[in-house]
Design a protein around this ligand. Sequence first.
Ligand SMILES: Nc1ncnc2c1ncn2[C@@H]1O[C@H](COP(=O)(O)OP(=O)(O)OP(=O)(O)O)[C@@H](O)[C@H]1O
Ligand SMILES: [Mg+2]
Length: 280
Amino acid sequence: MQVVSISSLKGGVGKTSVTLGLASAALAAGIPTLVVDLDPHADATTGLGVSAGSQLGIGEMLRNPRRVQLADQVVPSGWVENARRLAKNPAGRKPVLDVAMGSAYSGIYDRPDLGKRDLRRLTNLLSRVTGYGLVLIDCPPSLNGLTRMAWTASNRVLLVAEPGLFSVAGTERTMRALDLFREEFAPNLAPAGIIANRVRPSSNEHVFRLAEMKQMFGDLLLSPTIAEQANWQQIQGAAHSVHHWPGESAKQAAGTFDALVKNLMDTGSVRNRVMRRPVG
Ligand SMILES: Nc1ncnc2c1ncn2[C@@H]1O[C@H](COP(=O)(O)OP(=O)(O)OP(=O)(O)O)[C@@H](O)[C@H]1O
Ligand SMILES: [Mg+2]
């Protein structure tokens, strides 16, 4: 199971949008996926078209991670029904895209001084979860307790950055914080991959910043980059999956996320193979 945190120090750079795009591609590829909405604003939960029943939000689950069974509290994304309807073989295997819903209560863990025991709350919750190939954790825009809790539970971190001066500088700071965190708490965590979002190839500033990022981060800058997309807010406002939205630009965006998910799953299987190899 690949557990991937989508983080950035800076707000509004596209963490939730990337989470939704990856979830959409995973659904299209038939990868059973769980989205954990760790941001107290719960934007990912809204975008995934979840109709909540009596299930607990993630904040309430984290209060009691040893007692609560996450599997009993997840809610299917509204996208799943659409995917089934559009499937060539709707009677075939049921696609899985579940959501551990965001909740304002999770905010109590977003402190800068969270202790080791608290940092493991999400790891404990996920330790009894099976059946998913991919877990995506949408983080709030800070390096406080919730993001560090997500990193503790992950084997991969994706940092989202826009190709602008402040965002690039913020990514460098986040990268340094993550390196320190790996040394102290998570030596098996892979180095972060960086996703450049809202790229406008016609902008000289973007071309310059992307070249700068390539120089700073080398292969950690993932390919392909995600283009600025005119109808993105409309798609998200309709709580729709980009793979089910009509038109050429949605199709191109869907293709970008397909490639990023493939990249994530491929590096995951390579790492698992390396980690399983016997020593000596
Ligand atoms: N590639 C894109 N093209 C066009 N609009 C985008 C793109 N990526 C994100 N946006 C828009 O930018 C806004 C912020 O994106 P999003 O909510 O995903 O950022 P975030 O990093 O999750 O924010 P926060 O830090 O508040 O959680 C949203 O309105 C979203 O629709
Ligand atoms: Mg967000």
